[in-house]
Design a protein around this ligand. Structure first.
Ligand code: IMP
Ligand code: MG
Length: 334
């Protein structure tokens, strides 16, 4: 199963992946997507984990944790996250991952265009991907700090699939940030749709059974660029929705659910199921609900309208920040 973001990132993928990992117990959880520009937050066992590289499914201790060759890696960020999670013994980085170097971070932060006009995260991802395309980038097998973690990620994943084991491919960012399908030039430095997420970890299209697309119940965006359903900061405050980015601390722009964006996202990701997150921010009484019948009629109608408009079943509704704050409709009928 591939888990992908349907909007502009920050849809709550981290939390959903953590829940699914604990419930479905996959053999492997592999991180796909751009790199450490992503910030995923997982609240588990009374602790908060802000993760940029290690798969959020780390909370399920039976899973092997991998980073696919298409993903950029920053060895310092990986080191910190391994200390935070204690996941070292089951962690692997593909030999061919591009390594982000300080010069890439400098370039990203000092560029008037990247930092000023596009509003990048300043994590060096764009310049590192450019270096890879120019065939001048360093790869993981040449980074001494990563030596003990080097792995052949496509081999491990394809073997697990052949053995009939469950594998999760954990995406990052979101559809609207795709270099090709998003709001260019206000996008990230790579495609972010399901096909690329599969390619990032070395899995071909005929091996993918499920694509879960994650949507916030409303829309948020950090950084610059078009946002058709955006509301004013005052209006967002009135609604009680004020958010800050995990990586950059910037205040997120807030808007209503964008059905046009969502429909295109469903089409290009070929989504087979949907997760709707942060429903508790729109319907306060939905907080921490774990069953469909605990939602108000308004909240039920809202979720049902998204399902009807997009024509794909909603299987997960997230009702809070804790990993267990989930309505799992795979075991419950709407
Ligand atoms: P970059 O990926 O750092 O080059 O930034 C390009 C654009 O993508 C900026 O608007 C960032 O705010 C946005 N972006 C990159 N990663 C994420 C993410 O994980 N969540 C939300 N926005 C992101
Ligand atoms: Mg985020």
């Amino acid at each position: 199963m591939i888990i992908a973001g349907g909007q502009w990132g920050d849809e709550g993928k981290g939390k959903v992946v953590a829940y699914l990992a604990l419930t479905d117990k996959p053999k492997i959880i592999a991180r796909a997507g751009v790199g450490p520009n992503a910030g995923h937050t997982v609240y588990y066992g009374g602790k908060t984990f802000g993760l940029r590289q290690i798969p959020c499914g780390f909370v399920y201790e039976g899973a092997r944790l991998l980073i696919g060759p298409g993903v950029l890696v920053n060895p310092e960020v990986i080191k910190k996250e391994l200390e935070l999670t204690g996941a070292g013994p089951r962690f692997g980085v593909d030999r061919k991952c591009t390594v982000i170097e300080n010069s890439h971070i400098e370039q990203d932060k000092s560029s008037d265009f990247l930092k000023g006009k596009i509003g990048t995260t300043g994590t060096g991802c764009g310049p590192a991907n450019a270096a890879r395309i120019n065939r001048t980038a360093k790869i993981a097998e040449n980074a001494p700090e990563l030596r003990e973690f080097l792995a052949d990620v496509p081999q491990e994943i394809n073997q697990a699939i052949e053995d009939g084991e469950a594998v999760f491919v954990e995406g990052s960012q979101g559809f609207g940030l795709s270099l090709f399908h998003g709001t260019y030039p206000y996008v990230t430095s790579k495609d972010t749709s399901a096909s690329t997420l599969a390619a990032d970890v070395g899995v071909g299209p005929t091996k993918v059974d499920d694509v879960m697309l994650i949507f916030k119940a409303y829309t948020s965006r950090v950084g610059l660029g078009p946002f058709p359903t955006e509301v004013s900061q005052e209006k967002a405050e009135e609604l009680g929705i004020v958010e800050y980015g995990t990586v950059t601390g910037r205040r997120r722009r807030i808007g209503t659910f964008d059905f046009d964006l969502a429909k295109r996202s469903v089409m290009i990701n070929s989504a087979t199921q949907l997760a709707i997150t942060n429903i508790d921010r729109m319907f306060k009484e939905a907080a921490k609900a774990r069953r469909w019948d605990q939602l108000s009629k308004d909240a039920q109608d809202y979720v049902a309208s998204i399902e009807a408009e997009l024509g794909v079943p909603v299987t997960i509704v997230s009702t809070g920040s804790g990993t267990e704050d989930i309505i799992d409709m795979r075991s419950e009928k709407m």
